[in-house]
Design a protein around this ligand. Structure first.
Ligand code: HGY
Ligand code: MN
Ligand code: MN
Length: 416
């Protein structure tokens, strides 16, 4: 396939301006974003993205999980499309770039092709996957998981948020439940541009992460049940303290992750205490353990040790426990051909690059199961993400989008 010329670049100002425009929707309280999935703010962001796609002459399709597919025609209508995108939903205290860079980077690829009057054999489809974050409704990468056939649509429709609202009902309420059957679309290749969300690229002064693998993940939601009682008059030996149990499990998760350095990670970010009153021993706690590793054997070993540890902790404290796996995916190896297209693009464009394993999960991790897939990463300041202070430079965004542009266009085959 003829490679694009090294002078083929995206429009850096337009990409940056679009990211800043999207950031105005669902603003956070500290300069980032709170545009959680299937909220009104998510709906507003979707409408803005659709307006931009309409202006770029793209045909919009929406499936039953609300995922948006904006199609630019190719010269061969029978050729499977090259998909490019990420997600527009954010964490409750999220940044402006996590996910958004990938969706608007994909849109910029199409806008640049339109500017240059370039036609490709394969159609190109810019994609916004619903509920990548999994913060409001578990699991993460929900819509791409249904698309890849690893999550059940009817089941995830019933998943509830902290207010007891159902995902399926909320998707319908914001008016973005589409008619397309999820997963019917066939994909020639999928590319996702994403910020690294870690410190490696910035620390090493490297422009581009060529993502060869993604680490595996498990989310274990734990419910501990003890007994509410007075914090003043209940003798220590008589307490059944679910709060103490949660504290000991959190410490256990950390210790087990530290046993598998340098790659394994583990933490508890979601914690709920009931009744959460200053002078009542916590009768019930609900929290989610997040463990990850590039090696499946390590992930499984951590899982097993944590379950044993929870049993021992609860026995000692005379409390009951329930463990539900609410999210999981094995470590991912991305498609060698797509990875090569990204690496060759970085070389051609003169950007420094290195292979990297994604620490975070991404829609690409699921789509890799149904189509050749790879990811491009750009650095982020201090490696910070899932924090409103998340930040990147315009140059990093442009370099990532240039590489995405070349990888997508080469794979879609320039016709004229
Ligand atoms: O949890 C993750 O890795 C992703 O950011 N949703
Ligand atoms: Mn993301
Ligand atoms: Mn994220």
């Amino acid at each position: 396939m003829a490679a694009p010329g090294e002078n083929l670049r995206i429009n850096s100002d337009r990409l940056w301006d679009s990211i800043m425009e999207m950031a105005k929707i669902g603003p956070g309280i500290a300069g980032g974003n709170n545009r959680q999935t299937v909220t009104d703010e998510d709906g507003e962001g979707r409408h803005l993205f659709k307006r931009w796609c309409d202006a770029a002459g793209l045909e919009m399709g929406v499936d039953e999980m609300g995922t948006m597919f904006a199609r630019r025609e190719g010269t061969d209508p029978d050729a499977l499309p090259v998909y490019v995108g990420s997600h527009l939903d954010t964490q409750p205290t999220g940044g402006k770039y996590d996910g958004v860079l990938g969706v608007l980077g994909g849109l910029e690829v199409v806008r640049s092709l339109n500017d240059l009057g370039i036609k490709t054999k394969h159609p190109i489809v810019v994609t916004n996957w619903t509920n990548e974050e999994g913060a409001r409704f578990a699991p993460a990468m929900m819509a791409s998981g249904v698309f890849a056939g690893v999550l059940d649509q009817a089941d995830v429709y019933e998943h509830v948020d902290k207010q007891g609202k159902k995902f399926g009902e909320e998707l319908e309420r914001i008016g973005w439940k589409g008619a397309e059957k999820v997963g019917d679309r066939k994909i020639h290749a999928f590319f996702e541009l994403h910020i690294e969300q870690g410190p490696i690229l910035e620390d090493e002064g490297i422009d581009i992460g060529v993502v060869t693998h993604g680490q595996g993940l498990k989310w274990l939601q734990v419910t501990l049940t003890g007994k509410e009682s007075h914090t003043g008059s209940t003798p220590m030996p008589k307490r059944r303290n679910a709060g103490l149990g949660m504290a000991r499990v959190i410490e256990l998760v950390h210790e087990i992750a530290m046993d598998y350095q340098p790659d394994a990670v583990g933490a508890v970010g979601h914690m709920e205490v009931f009744p959460n009153s200053r002078n009542i021993i916590a009768g019930r706690t609900v929290f989610t353990i997040d463990i990850r590793s590039p090696e499946k054997e390590v992930l499984d070993a951590m899982d097993g040790r944590i379950r044993e540890g929870i049993d021992t902790i609860c026995e000692a404290l005379d409390i009951q426990y329930k463990i539900e796996q609410v999210g999981a995916f094995d470590p991912v190896t991305f498609d060698a051909g797509c990875v090569k297209a990204i690496r060759d693009a970085a070389d051609r464009l003169g950007y420094s690059h290195r292979n990297i394993v994604s620490g975070a999960g991404h829609d690409a991790c699921w789509i890799n199961r149904v189509a050749p897939t790879a990811m491009v990463m750009c650095p982020c300041v201090d490696g910070l993400s899932h924090n409103e202070a998340e930040d990147i430079t315009k140059e990093w965004a442009s370099a990532g989008a240039d590489v995405l542009f070349h990888a997508v266009v080469e794979t879609a085959v320039i016709v004229e």
